[in-house]
Design a protein. Structure first.
Length: 627
């Protein structure tokens, strides 16, 4: 197979998969935790959707390992205690599995060998607490009065990232009432505790001081405790209801919507309240099918998929007047946001113009989706004035989101509070802050340098290059926040620097290229494990990965005027795998939260090989040399 044959094969497959509305709705596979949470939520709300629950249990049990565990990803050592507790709980709560089932016995043995239920991740402990399986800590890290703290206080609601805020607000409502919702079907997980006592929430002692400090600050402003409490509850509810999307979800996330339901229950709403019914209906919209089983996505990736696919198709030579591209344009233009969201709190002068990630996302844009949509619309913007105006608004919004440190983050500007990152809350940096990252910064630089009038000598890009150079790891790689991990970050950084006018002789570039070449496998491909996040260093996957290989190939094409053996070998790997389809297709390449939430984008096996092949052909021609 030569390069053009590979490109044609991919274009044909992508064309066949386009939806009527012009989008591509490939699944965003989220592991097992969302399926487990959906079972727990349905049983808690006493919804008897037995066909769905049975289908979810079938998928969960299929994912169980022989030793009784569930894994976060395929090479997750012997298993993951958090995933195992979630699946075990959901299966028992479903009513279709009993404690004396041999598979449940093996799961329990693994949990106890791993330190018991107390070793689960923070958000999982919250789910267990809300449903009566875990006690509330004596002090929750954030009291409900947090909602009233003015923005000049070091820790306030808007010093958090919007992702953290969307989860914290419903949780402070639930924590304020010490809400626990059990039903007649609730299982008893008390035998999963390795020990009892304050060590259940070892951070609670430190939370007490933070809790007291926030309350005291607010009492200086409002002296009547009852008035203070009622106002805080009212403000928290208002924040949630203002964040409800058209489909009933809170900010289009599974977990924030689930927590909102518990927040509403804490406010006294009945289980059949219209807000709860709408939220549940919105979660049903996240359902997809994987290998014949129902699966609940963390959110939908429709805008992201559509923008990246349209861009890759155009890079591969599909014309802007092709009906496939025109329909994709229509979909994307319809999803451009015109209203103000939380992002405006730290970016008051900018006008709206960004795009979000999911199909139903009207006020939470992000930089990565916006740059992806702008790439997809760039060619058409040159030909159509209306599209240009939309495109230009998106460019202006993107530039306005550059942080004080000159990098770019995902959702908001300048929300990288060192104080929040230092809080005694597990995963606090990933949940509560939104720092500049090499991958987002590199991808934004690539857009601005290649598709706008912002050039390499512009201070916007010059400062961004300096920021990236400071962020390079000692070994030459760059971290990736939203993909796995150093391969992703290094690809984004290299392509961004190249678009910003940085030449191959730059020492940062040379070091990054050298690092990439060292990571090539004997078969010509590249593969990185999700364990890189856990060990905080590059960790190879036991086999090459098509998407990750395409990232590296694309980075090397961007940096070399002529191809070399590393690139030839990677190219052959990509073409061979397109021909035989043999690679670890379900292994995640996307990341939501390091060492906790990973995504297998079913679109990536089309997007990134197509992009790498298109760039290779454009620069070097069609046929790779024989090996």
């Amino acid at each position: 197979m030569n390069v053009s044959e590979g490109i044609d094969q991919l274009i044909q497959a992508i064309r066949a998969d386009q939806s009527e509305d012009g989008s591509w709705r490939y699944p965003l596979e989220s592991g097992t935790f969302t399926d487990a949470y959906m079972i727990i939520l349905l049983r808690t709300l006493e919804r008897e959707d037995e066909a769905l629950i049975r289908g979810l249990t079938d998928r969960l049990i299929k994912k169980q390992e022989p030793n009784g565990a569930w894994k976060l990803f395929a090479d997750d050592n012997t298993g993951n205690v958090t995933n195992t507790v979630e699946a075990y709980y959901a299966l028992l709560y479903s009513g279709y599995y009993r404690e004396d089932d041999e598979r449940m016995k093996r799961a329990r043995q693994f949990i106890m060998k791993s330190g018991g239920i107390q070793k689960t991740a923070f958000l999982t402990k919250i789910v267990l607490t809300l449903t009566g399986q875990y006690k509330w800590p004596s002090f929750f890290p954030f009291p409900i009065e947090l909602i009233l703290v003015p923005d000049f206080f070091p820790i306030n609601l808007y010093s958090m990232s919007v992702y953290g805020r969307a989860h914290v607000v419903p949780l402070i409502l639930a924590a304020d009432q010490k809400l626990q919702v059990k039903t007649a079907q609730s299982p008893d997980l008390s035998d999963l505790f390795a020990s009892r006592g304050e060590e259940d929430w070892p951070e609670a002692y430190e939370w007490e001081r933070m809790h007291a400090s926030i309350v005291q600050r607010v009492k200086r402003l409002i002296r009547t405790p009852q008035e203070l409490h009622l106002l805080a509850r009212s403000r928290a509810k208002l924040y949630m209801t203002n964040g409800i999307e058209e489909d009933g979800t809170l900010f289009s996330y599974f977990t924030s919507t689930m927590f909102m339901i518990f927040g509403l229950l804490a406010l006294g709403h009945p289980k059949d309240d219209p807000l709860i019914e709408d939220a549940l209906e919105g979660l049903y919209g996240f359902q997809t099918t994987i290998d014949g089983h129902p699966h609940f996505q963390f959110t939908t990736a429709t805008v992201w998929n559509t923008a990246l696919l349209s861009y890759a198709l155009q890079e591969a030579g599909v014309r802007t007047d092709d009906r496939m591209i025109e329909r994709a344009n229509d979909y994307l233009l319809d999803r451009q946001q015109e209203g103000y969201g939380d992002w405006a709190m730290h970016n008051k002068k900018a006008l709206p113009g960004g795009w979000g990630f999911s199909d139903v996302n009207t006020f939470q844009p992000d930089v990565d989706d916006t740059t992806a949509a702008l790439r997809a619309l760039a060619r058409s913007a040159k030909e159509n004035q209306d599209i240009f105006e939309s495109w230009n608004r998106g460019v202006r919004w993107t530039i306005s989101m550059q942080n004080h440190d000159h990098g770019w983050s995902a959702f908001e500007k300048n929300t990288d509070s060192w104080l929040l990152a230092m809080l005694p809350i597990p995963e606090s940096r990933g949940i509560l802050t939104d720092p500049s990252t090499p991958d987002l910064t590199g991808r934004t630089m690539e857009l601005l340098g290649n598709y706008t009038d912002v050039k390499g000598d512009d201070m916007i890009l010059r400062k961004a290059v300096k920021w990236l150079e400071r962020e390079q790891e000692k070994d030459g790689s760059f971290k990736g926040q939203w993909g796995v991990n150093y391969l992703y970050g290094t690809w984004a950084a290299l392509t961004g620097m190249q678009a910003s006018g940085v030449g191959r002789e730059n020492k940062t570039i040379k070091k990054a290229i050298g690092w990439l070449k060292e990571k090539q496998n004997k078969d010509g491909g590249f593969g990185e494990s999700c364990l890189s996040d856990r060990y905080k260093r590059y960790t190879p996957l036991d086999s090459s990965h098509l998407t990750q290989t395409a990232w590296v190939l694309d980075a090397l094409v961007a940096m070399h005027d002529t191809p070399n053996k590393t690139m030839y070998d990677a190219l052959h790997y990509v073409l061979d795998r397109l021909g035989d389809g043999q690679w670890p297709r379900s292994y995640p390449a996307g990341k939501g939260l390091a060492d906790r939430i990973y995504f297998h984008y079913h679109s990536y096996e089309y997007i990134y090989p197509l992009l790498a092949l298109a760039h290779y052909r454009k620069k070097y021609g069609d046929s790779p040399p024989a090996l």
